[in-house]
Design a protein around this ligand. Structure first.
Ligand code: NAD
Length: 244
């Protein structure tokens, strides 16, 4: 018996990294899973890919409807799609602020708005947002990204309060540096990728990067019926960085 038997889940940004690991984790434990992503091609079985851009309300609404139709309902929403931004308040121009906040913050709002009417019909409804240690750590050169994830953490608390009485739980995970294609892309751009990877590892008290599967397991716990008394909760998955 899988702990997600009979439950249907949508994972945004589910075609790579943390989202893909989460979709696979949920599916392996019995959930029916649809991945909403810009590029959902080539997903492994049994994941169902749906093309959607969280910064485009039309594709979000169509994508959620297509997912609900395919899955036969919706119990779990993982708001995971997100993009990075490097810079300070002096270096990121306004259009970059608008672009990143539109994906990381308003994108989460759009998907949640489309999903809530369906989640209300579930006996085990849960939303889990992928936030980041950047929400509170004061990371250098990450002003815009940090602001976007600070908003995600605040939204998690506000949504938890708004929807608890209708039986919908809302939590978030705050990963540290996770070994995903995103981080590998950043490393490849560094002048000395090996030295940069060593520096990233050294920043984490565990001395290594977090794995996507470790974040997936935390998201799955918060999404599971076993976490039925847990809402508005922030779960750090950061190799001990939040304690520093
Ligand atoms: P990734 O780049 O490997 O995967 C992100 C996925 O999101 C991709 O498949 C991409 O196509 C999709 N996506 C991007 N923009 C989208 C859009 N507008 N609409 C739909 N899908 C879109 O990244 P990842 O490292 O797995 O990151 C996933 C989430 O985890 C992000 O929200 C990120 O902020 C967060 N996070 C990552 C780390 C890390 O170190 N990797 C740390 C903390 C938080």
């Amino acid at each position: 018996q899988g702990e997600f038997d009979g439950l249907a889940a949508v994972v945004t940004g589910g075609a790579s990294g943390i989202g893909l690991a989460t979709a696979l984790h949920l599916a392996a434990r019995g959930a029916r899973v649809a991945c909403l992503d810009l590029r959902p091609d080539g997903l492994p079985e049994p994941l169902h890919g749906i093309a959607a851009d969280v910064s485009d309300d039309g594709t979000v609404r169509a994508g959620i409807e297509a997912a609900v139709e395919h899955l036969g309902g919706l119990d779990i929403l993982v708001n995971n799609a997100g993009i990075g931004a490097i810079g300070t308040v002096e270096t990121n121009p306004d259009d970059e602020w608008h672009r990143v906040l539109d994906v990381n913050v308003v994108g989460l709002v759009r998907v949640s708005r489309a999903a809530l009417p369906h989640l209300r019909r579930s006996a085990h409804a849960a939303i889990v947002n992928t936030c980041s240690i950047a929400a509170h750590a004061g990371l250098p050169d990450r002003a815009l990204y940090s602001a976007s994830k600070g908003a995600v953490q605040a939204l998690t608390a506000a949504m938890a309060a708004d929807h608890v009485r209708e039986g919908i739980r809302v939590c978030c995970v705050n990963p540290g540096t996770v070994d995903t294609p995103w981080v590998r892309r950043l490393l490849a751009q560094a002048a000395d990728p090996d030295a940069e990877l060593a520096a990233l590892k050294a920043r984490q008290p565990t001395g290594r990067l977090v794995s996507a599967e470790e974040v997936a397991a935390a998201i799955a716990y918060l999404a599971s019926p076993l976490a039925g008394a847990t809402t508005g909760t922030v779960l750090a998955v950061d190799g001990g960085m939040h304690g520093l």
